[in-house]
Write a protein that binds this ligand. Structure first.
Ligand code: ZN
Length: 364
């Protein structure tokens, strides 16, 4: 090999190495710029959230309805950065939260916790770049990786109907004779069309840091415990607990009203709520509904679950088909605690299907 040939090869190798380095830098840069780019589904007239201050540096972010976000977030400031609990139903929802949060604190988001794997709590994960750690239960990671946050009866029920909602609204807007009513319907249409665009843009993204029982973060003066107390709403719910402030963020393990039961473990859920009673807190920030104080709702939810499970077992034993059982189950005894219950039956009926799956030994 001649000396000049060697020189050319060395030069090519150097260039090649350069390309490799450059390539890595370019793709890292594009990952970061994708993370900061405005995603589809963000065509809305804000604000999307009201940030309800709970104590210094802790906010319960509740959707206003101007953008469909489908779940609450909780904001917890540390000395230098922020932890956010849950990422909503779409990248648009998560993006809106991050944008609107800038008016609340200049600190960057460093951690996102997924309270569980459901689509309405994890489908905004993708907007967070490589500087943000996404924390969740190991089960939540496995479910999201297996596509189960996306392909689920829960998502089908709550999101699958958007095209029909749009069609209905279009018909009503076209038929409206009153200007005010038409404008109202057009506004709802814009919100639903944007919601559809947002959900189409979802790329399910799994937690990058997982736990099975406990992780504690010490962010300057703020102690943040992320805990799994047992199976309940799903097999991998975590709560976020601030021991100094006596605040607990419960996801869907405990919400203001009744929680979805399509992926539930009924008897264990009752036990997990019992374990939650031993956590010393005053304030609950739920995944749906408004914040509340005290432990009365823990008893209410246990009573509801016991009532439902007892009836489900009886229907199952009597050979009643699950769809019929879902129509007949009568939870009106819980109406003093849950005024929304006015008739027999549950909607969606997934809770009864789930109960039968457990009683048939299909779920362990
Ligand atoms: Zn859920």
């Amino acid at each position: 090999m001649t000396k000049s040939r060697l020189l050319v090869l060395a030069l090519l190798a150097a260039l090649g190495a350069g390309w490799v380095v450059f390539g890595v830098a370019a793709s890292a840069q594009s990952a970061e710029s994708t993370a900061s780019q405005r995603p589809p589904g963000t065509n809305y007239q804000g604000p999307a959230f009201s940030f309800n201050k709970i104590t210094d540096g802790v906010y319960h972010a509740v959707g206003t309805g101007k953008l469909v976000v489908m779940s609450n977030a909780t904001i917890i400031e540390g000395d230098h950065d922020v932890l956010v609990v849950d990422s909503h139903v779409s990248p648009g929802g998560a993006w809106a939260l991050r944008e609107e949060l800038k008016a609340v604190t200049p600190k960057p988001i460093r951690y996102v916790v997924n309270s569980h794997y459901h689509f309405d709590h994890s489908h905004g994960n993708q907007i967070y770049g490589s500087n943000v750690e996404i924390i969740g239960h190991e089960f939540a990671r496995q479910m999201i990786l297996a596509g189960k946050s996306h392909d689920s009866r829960a998502r089908e029920f709550f999101v699958g109907g958007i095209p029909n909602t749009i069609k209905t609204l279009e018909g009503r807007a076209a038929a409206a004779t009153d200007e005010k009513e038409r404008a109202l319907l057009q506004n709802q249409l814009a919100i639903q069309r944007n919601h559809l665009e947002g959900t189409h843009a979802v790329k399910p993204t799994a937690p990058t840091l997982t736990l099975t029982s406990l992780v504690t973060l010490h962010r300057g003066g703020r102690e943040i415990r992320i805990m799994h107390l047992g199976r309940g709403h799903t097999a991998g719910d975590v709560i976020v607990y601030l021991p100094t402030e006596r605040i607990v963020v419960t996801g869907d393990l405990l919400v203001e009203h009744t929680s979805y039961m399509g992926d539930a473990f009924f008897t264990e859920w009752i036990d997990t709520i019992e374990a939650l009673k031993n956590v010393e807190f005053d304030t609950v920030l739920p995944g749906h509904g408004q914040a509340f104080t005290g432990k009365a709702k823990l008893d209410h939810w246990q009573m509801y679950l016991r009532d439902f499970w007892n009836q489900a077992q009886k229907f199952h034993k009597d050979g009643v088909p699950w769809e019929e059982a879902a129509r007949q189950v009568d939870l009106r005894g819980n109406a003093p605690n849950y005024p929304g219950i006015r008739a027999a039956g549950i909607t969606p009926n997934h809770g009864m299907l789930r109960a039968y799956e457990i009683l048939d030994g299909k779920v362990r």
